[in-house]
Design a protein around this ligand. Structure first.
Ligand code: HMG
Ligand code: MG
Length: 301
């Protein structure tokens, strides 16, 4: 087995998590969440999204979020940027790293970013050039890698093509999004069988939504294949506005609990993370979506 000795967790709660909440969330609540996560040891925190605010109103104040951050040393505060306009806004607000997002499904691409896959890749070209000139790294996402709400099954070959295109454009890493959480240990292995001969595991991350409760199993398959970057969302916050019924990313607490049990280093203080998840769940009036956090909170009385 090819298990990594340490894993980087990329925290999605403030972006993928909060983007899907319908209640309005104060700037102070967002800033508190991000700082709690940084204090717990998360070193990469996706803190906002510079998309069309008419599409995702919850992220409309991302510039204020970035300007209000109490930056902690060693933490990268990152943002989604779908186009040049978004990138300029992100640079202006001080994002440390940005991300472009494509899909392996044509239909999902059109719903999510209002253009097809090929056009989206063209749209990213000036984004990459401008980011490089500004000295800012770009992550790439591929959505629907293990299934699409509109097209159903997605061929691994489609994922490979989009992932290679993103790396070819200059993305330092590609995060594989199981947007609707339909993937299983079997389909995750088949996907990685198609990708890993062409793309080194170090350039891949897993981004599992936990809709079908398969995320930890899929992440374990990723780890066994040498993937050492995992996206997760504290308290399992979130969903996807363009994938009805999809739940949030796998809870960060659950991933840390699993990795601790495997002796894999994350640099994260699980107790502090559980407190962060409890605080944001309470602020949102939402049930905590982390099984490990609920168990730890119950056992602490
Ligand atoms: P569009 O409507 O096709 O863009 O949107 P447009 O270029 O035709 O512009 C229309 C209007 O949008 C104009 O304003 C632009 O100024 C404005 P108007 O003249 O009508 O007043 N606009 C912007 N405003 C602010 N910031 C911008 C921006 N761009 C245009 N960056 C666009 C195209 C991509 C912008 C739009 O479709 C969009 O914002 N989509 C984002 C959807 C989104 O955020 N989805 C969720 C995030 S992705 C995700 O969750 C998946 C992931 O987690 C991985 C996984 O789970 O699979 C990453
Ligand atoms: Mg997502």
């Amino acid at each position: 087995m090819n298990l990594p000795t340490s894993v980087t967790l990329v925290e999605m709660g403030p972006r993928d998590g909060l983007q899907n909440e319908s209640a309005s969330i104060s700037l102070a609540t967002k800033l508190r969440l991000i700082d709690d996560l940084a204090a717990a040891g998360l070193s990469v925190i996706e803190s906002g999204s510079f998309v069309n605010p008419k599409w995702i109103p919850q992220m409309a104040d991302s510039a204020e979020v970035f300007r209000g951050l109490q930056r902690r040393a060693g933490v990268r505060y990152t943002a989604l940027t779908p186009n040049l306009q978004g990138l300029e806004r992100a640079l202006d607000a001080g994002a440390d790293e940005v991300a472009v997002f494509a899909a392996a499904s044509e239909a999902f691409s059109r719903k999510n970013i209002n253009c097809g896959i090929a056009e989206s890749l063209q749209r990213f070209e000036p984004v990459m050039a401008r980011a490089e000139a500004a000295g800012v790294r770009v992550r790439g996402y591929v959505s629907c890698v293990l299934g699409c709400p509109y097209e159903g099954e997605i061929a691994p070959q489609n994922v490979l093509e989009v992932a290679r295109a993103l790396l070819g454009l200059g993305c330092h890493e590609v995060s594989l999004g199981d947007t609707i959480g339909t993937g299983t240990a079997g389909s995750t292995q088949r996907l990685l069988d198609a990708l890993l001969p062409q793309i080194p595991a170090q350039q891949l991350a897993l981004h599992c939504h936990d809709t079908y409760g398969q995320a930890l199993a899929n992440i374990l398959v990723g780890l066994q294949n040498g993937i050492a970057t995992v996206d997760a969302s504290v308290a399992g916050l979130g969903g996807c506005p363009y994938a009805r019924g999809a739940t949030g990313n796998v809870a960060t607490e659950d991933v840390v609990y699993m990795l601790n049990g495997m002796g894999i280093h994350t640099g994260i203080d699980l107790d502090a993370l559980v407190s962060a998840g409890a605080r944001i769940s309470e602020a949102l009036g939402r049930r905590n979506g982390s099984r490990a956090a609920n168990a730890l909170l119950a056992s602490a009385g």
